[in-house]
Design a protein around this ligand. Sequence first.
Ligand SMILES: *Cc1c(COP(=O)(O)O)cnc(C)c1O
Length: 361
Amino acid sequence: MMSRPYNFSAGPAMIPMAVLEQAQAELLDWRGTGMSVMEMSHRGKEFTQIAEEADADLRELLAIPTNYRVMFLQGGASSQFSMIPLNLLCGKTQADYFNTGIWSQKAIAEAKRYCSVNIVTDSTANKFTTIADPTTWLLNPDAAYVHYAANETINGLEMHTPPDVGNVPLITDMSSTILSRPIDVSRFAAIYAGAQKNIGPAGLTVVIVREDLLGQALPFTPTMFNYKVMADENSMYNTPPTYTWYLAGLVFKWLKEQGGLVAMGKQNQHKSQLLYQAIDGSDFYNNAIDHRYRSWMNIPFTLADEALEKPFLAAAKQAGLLALAGHRTVGGLRASIYNAMPEAGVCALISFMQAFEKSHG
Ligand SMILES: *Cc1c(COP(=O)(O)O)cnc(C)c1O
């Protein structure tokens, strides 16, 4: 097997080597059909089988109850910022949003086009390093739904358990944490995730929505943005992103082979603990996030001397550790360690950080 550097990109992110190799082996001729998956009709029996298997495997991995529809859409998680209010206000005019980071803010800005937005809690004042105590949250019982970003990819702030919001439907952006551990889907009215973090290549967005909420879209909702249309057409109202859907399906099979989400959850918690321990054990590196809300997936950190960031990134690249720069809006450094990042990659990063500290500290 070819040896490759470790890629700590937040997204598009690493894909398991075994999946890339299988895609490579099947690239020119998918199982004797004489066609690449890219070249197949999305309505043919071959692609129908690929699509249905991916759907079934995802349902199995997440234990999705039968009263939920699963959609494989385009437009990224960012389109969901509009599709959520367009489809799920269900006749109401108000919605609750957590503001725990940059992706929360983008979702809020879109929702304001369609409804009045109440902020449940706002982490701006603490620079998105923590979430205020639930006793201070302002939950509106008349809200159509409550929206939160389970993992703030840029800030590295993660809510490890769904917030208790009473009977109001709970909706979550899980773009950077879906499939990282088991979840109880029945706690949610809707879950959405762009694929390029923890599912597969960019171009696909998975949406899981409770069936009884469908069919109440705002009247001016574009057809392509209407969940009911997309769900009734099995995500094939128009041509879906077929190749990305296929690759996501290979990732789902790989996850099943790894032992499913219980095994992934253990690994992800362990990997993140190793890295946080290394950061906390040094005065040279710092992560400012409240320990209760530290992300398992995206770990931002700073150097005591900011001037060393560029040399750090250059030396890391030399050592085969790629894409460790923080998001352009916040700077600093960030290691994204999704499912496909092996523990050996995290250990290689830690060894590198310790050696860099020795030579520059
Ligand atoms: C990456 C990301 C998005 C945006 O995803 P796109 O697919 O680029 O639209 C939204 N929310 C979260 C939490 C993300 O990590």
